[in-house]
Ligand binder design. Structure first.
Ligand SMILES: Cc1cc2nc3c(=O)[nH]c(=O)nc-3n(C[C@H](O)[C@H](O)[C@H](O)COP(=O)(O)O)c2cc1C
Length: 327
């Protein structure tokens, strides 16, 4: 199966094409529970574990990098590559900030944006020192960076708002700052949702133009994640990125069986497939498929109760099919 063919990105060799994509655990990324959650999933056979969205401001906490380095080591000892997802802070000095003013947040200033760009460079450097193989910039799912890309949400009049070039600038500046801070072979993933899917929102064409620029500025993997937006076949959007980019394309959303994951690879729609809730439900999803035991997989039933449901209520991630602590 193509799903189990190795894949090399710069100096990192992935043993297969299955990625456990970032899943916020609500346990604290530096906690013992998160350590176990990720170690168990790395042991299940995924080639790459992307650790959940982690605020760049967390790196200021003492002892944080040390705990992260234990986590990266454990994932790698289990045979997977380790990437950490980085996210922008949603508040500064206790005040909520956003691309433009909204009822519960003020618009972030240009100077604060420049500081955030700097923090991303520093956080990526520390992630590299902690032993991660790369970082994934969270530019998707309507969060901070994604809102900068949206003409509906970004009403700024500085260089980070207005034209599509300006709406791309935050993502591009962050990648450039990271590339300057880390060694050449440290991997930079960029996660982006391909289209906004609402009237007046950003388009697939704008996303493709953005991806070309991300590639030019030094992104190594384009991570196409539709999120809760328009749903279709898995890899339906990734294929457009695959056609125009020279860098690898990863995608996620609904790869709940080996057939659709394999099909996306064989049809050259993407290079890597993310299996999120499938691996939350059964950490051994990759190994069971590889060993011809797909019938033994505890299959995600798409109920979203223990996973999205729990984190939505501020509770640790879980699964109705699989009490996480009993993994
Ligand atoms: C509990 C949970 C937490 C998630 N947290 C993140 C996150 O921190 N960052 C992110 O980019 N996506 C996050 N996602 C989205 C997943 O990475 C993935 O894109 C999504 O689950 C769709 O893939 P699937 O159909 O294989 O589950 C999360 C998903 C779940 C279920």
């Amino acid at each position: 199966m193509k799903l189990f063919e190795p894949f090399k990105i710069k100096n990192t060799v992935l043993k297969n094409r299955v990625v456990f994509p970032p899943t916020y655990t609500c346990m604290g990324v530096d906690s013992e529970e998160a350590f176990e959650y990720y170690t168990v999933r790395a042991k299940g056979g995924a080639a790459l574990v992307i650790v959940e969205g982690t605020g760049v401001e967390s790196f200021k906490n003492s002892g944080f990098v040390k705990k992260l380095s234990r986590l990266a080591k454990s994932i790698k000892e289990a045979g997977a590559a380790a990437v950490l997802q980085l996210t922008a802070p949603s508040s500064i000095n206790g005040e909520n900030v956003w691309a433009s003013e909204r009822p519960d947040a003020r618009a972030i200033t240009t100077e604060e944006i420049k500081n955030i760009i700097k923090f991303f460079g520093e956080a990526a450097k520390l992630s590299c020192e902690a032993g991660f193989d790369g970082i994934d910039i969270h530019g998707a799912h309507g969060y901070f960076f994604n809102k900068f890309f949206s003409p509906l949400h970004n009403r700024r009049t500085d260089e980070y708002g207005g034209s599509v070039e300006n709406r791309m600038r935050l993502g591009l500046d962050v990648v450039a700052a990271i590339r300057k801070a880390v060694p050449e072979d440290f991997l930079v993933f960029y996660r982006h949702s391909p289209l906004e899917g609402v009237e007046g929102g950003y388009t697939l064409e704008e996303s493709l133009a953005f991806a070309k620029k991300l590639e030019a500025v030094g992104v190594d993997v384009m991570d196409v994640s539709p999120g809760k937006g328009p749903k279709g076949e898995p890899a339906e959007y990734a294929v457009h990125f695959k056609k125009i980019l020279n860098i690898p394309v990863m995608t996620v959303n609904g790869f709940n069986n080996a057939k659709n994951a394999e099909g996306a690879l064989v049809d050259n729609k993407c290079d890597l497939v993310g299996v999120g809730r499938g691996i939350i439900a059964d950490p051994q999803w990759p190994d069971k498929v590889r060993n011809g035991q797909e019938d033994r997989i505890r299959k995600c039933i798409d109920c979203n109760k223990g996973c999205y449901g729990n984190i939505g209520e501020g509770k640790p991630v879980n699964c109705v099919l699989n009490r996480i602590k009993r993994d």
